[in-house]
Ligand binder design. Structure first.
Ligand SMILES: C[S@@+](CC[C@H](N)C(=O)[O-])C[C@H]1O[C@@H](n2cnc3c(N)ncnc32)[C@H](O)[C@@H]1O
Length: 268
């Protein structure tokens, strides 16, 4: 299986694994009602085969399976360890969900097999997004939908300015790029989708802010994984400084954080 450098869960330390599973769970549940509303408006079916590429521990695949109760959901991921968590935690409650190892670039799945193909927070880690889009197109039924959900750091902001947050996010952006990832993937996806042969390419953007989820959760989902990714002791110290600077700023007045989430869709 191709090596995944930008997100390699199997190389995290034990402590980082626990923290990352918690972060993925928070990130999956905090937004789910709004996310599901967007996904149904974009064509998520309730009685057809659905594929979740880069499903990780399966929290989202489980939500897709609950909605798509008269259909089936297949979750695919390169991380055997994350798939094990999905098998242990999510699958027992969702008989219409199955998970299997596989790579976004070459899924090994049959052509034209799925009505809806979801890709959540995986494209920012792919060094060949066009190749993955071609594969997603191949496994989607003609007329079916591929949806890529991801972020773009242009829509990541905190007010008032927290210098450690800006330094930390810039460092993380460079570290992810050095590993083949791209924190500015969302702005590129519409063009990449059109080039991969999709029709009716569209973008739906929502914002997630500290007003809805609280500043602690906002900092967790926007900085948690990045310290692991930068992978130096300094990065963890810098992340702690973000928390300290936010606390100091909150003594002067409210601190607001916002991140944009983009759903880019195309019809096969
Ligand atoms: C940030 S996690 C997101 C997990 C899940 N989609 C969610 O939103 O909770 C990114 C996931 O993409 C997976 N991944 C990265 N590159 C991949 C590839 N080339 N093929 C399949 N999965 C990949 C990682 O193993 C990881 O589970």
């Amino acid at each position: 299986m191709d090596q995944v450098k930008s997100y390699a869960f199997d190389r995290f330390t034990d402590r980082d694994r626990q923290a990352e599973i918690r972060r993925l769970h928070t990130q999956a549940t905090l937004l789910w009602d709004r996310e599901l509303t967007v996904l149904t408006s974009l064509g998520l079916p309730s009685d057809q085969p659905v594929l979740d590429i880069g499903c990780g521990p399966g929290f989202i695949a489980g939500g897709l399976a609950a909605f798509n109760s008269a259909g089936s959901v297949t979750g695919l991921d390169t991380s055997l360890e994350l798939l094990d968590i999905a098998r242990t935690v999510v699958l027992p409650e969702r008989p219409n969900l199955m998970v299997q190892p596989g790579n976004a670039y070459a899924t090994g799945l049959p052509a034209a097999a799925f009505q809806f193909v979801y890709n959540r927070l995986i494209y920012q880690h792919l060094d060949e997004p066009s190749r993955a889009l071609q594969e997603a197109h191949r496994v989607t039924r003609p007329g079916g939908t591929v949806c890529v959900m991801d972020v773009d750091d242009a829509w990541l902001t905190v007010h008032p300015t927290i210098p450690a947050f800006d330094t930390f996010t810039a460092l993380a952006c460079r570290a992810q790029a050095a590993n083949g990832g791209d924190r500015h993937i969302s702005r590129k996806l519409p063009g990449l989708m059109a080039a991969a042969g999709f029709h009716e390419v569209g973008v739906t953007a929502i914002s997630v802010s500290s007003l809805e989820i609280g500043m602690a959760a906002f900092l967790d989902i926007t900085t948690g994984f990045k310290a692991i990714q930068i992978d130096t002791e300094d990065a963890f110290a810098l992340r702690d400084r973000v928390g300290a600077e936010v606390e100091a700023a909150e003594e002067q007045g409210p601190v607001f954080g916002m991140v944009g989430v983009f759903f880019v869709t195309g019809r096969a």
